[in-house]
Design a protein around this ligand. Sequence first.
Ligand code: SF4
Length: 233
Amino acid sequence: MKHIVGLSGGKDSTALALRLMEVEPRDYEYICNETGNELPDMIAHWEKLEEMLGKPIIRVRHDRDLEGTIDQMNMLPNVFSRWCTRVLKIEPTIDYMGGLPEGSTLYVGLRADEEARRGLFGEDITIRFPMREWGWKEEDVWKYLDQRGVCIPARTDCALCPYQRLGEWRDLYNKYPVMWAKGVELEKKFGHTFRSPGRDTWPADLESLGEEFARGRKLREYKRSASCRVCSL
Ligand code: SF4
C-alpha cells in the first residue's frame, strides 16, 4: 500500500508535505497535476520542493498539455465551459487513484480553519487531513513556511487560466510576453476569448486588452492569490 501526498503547489499542501516528513517520516509518494501551461515560478517551486523532499513529484497529467488539449477540443476553456479542469486534472487524478493498491492512504492539505471537503478520492483508500489533526490554521501554515524559508508562487494555476483576475492578466502581459502572445494567437485561431465579454469594462480579447495595458490604463490594485482558486486535489 502507498502513502500519497497530494500537492496543488499552494501553501497548504506544500506545508503539509514538508511537515509530514518531519513528524511522520515514511516513503511518501508525492503527486501533483501538471497541465504544461504552468508559469516558470510554479515549475521552479516544484523543483525546489523535490529537492527539499528528496524525491521526485509524480506529475499526474493528460497525455497532451493545455494547448494540445485546446486543439483536441477545438475550443478555448472559459468560465462557461471549464472542460480543462475535467480533462487535464480530474480525469487523470481519477485514473491515478483507481490504480492505487487497496489500503493506501492519501494525505490532503486541508486546514483546521477550512470547511471539510472530500474531493476526488477513491473509495478504497483512507483519507487523512493531518493539518486538521494538528489544528493548523492559515497563520500556522505561513509561520511554518517562513521558518522553512519557502516561498509560494503568486500563481499556481495555468498561465492562460480563464479564471484569473484582470490584474493577473496584466502581470502576464508585463512579465511573460511569449505566453501572452500565445494567448492572443489561440484566441484568433479559435475565434473566441479566454475572458468572458461583459465581465468588466475592459476588452475581453487579449489583443485589445494588451493595447489597453500598453496605453497605461490603470486598474484597481488586487490581492494576489497564493493558489489556484479553481483546481485543487
Ligand atoms: S488552472 Fe484554469 S486553465 Fe488550468 S485547468 Fe484549472 S481552470 Fe483550467
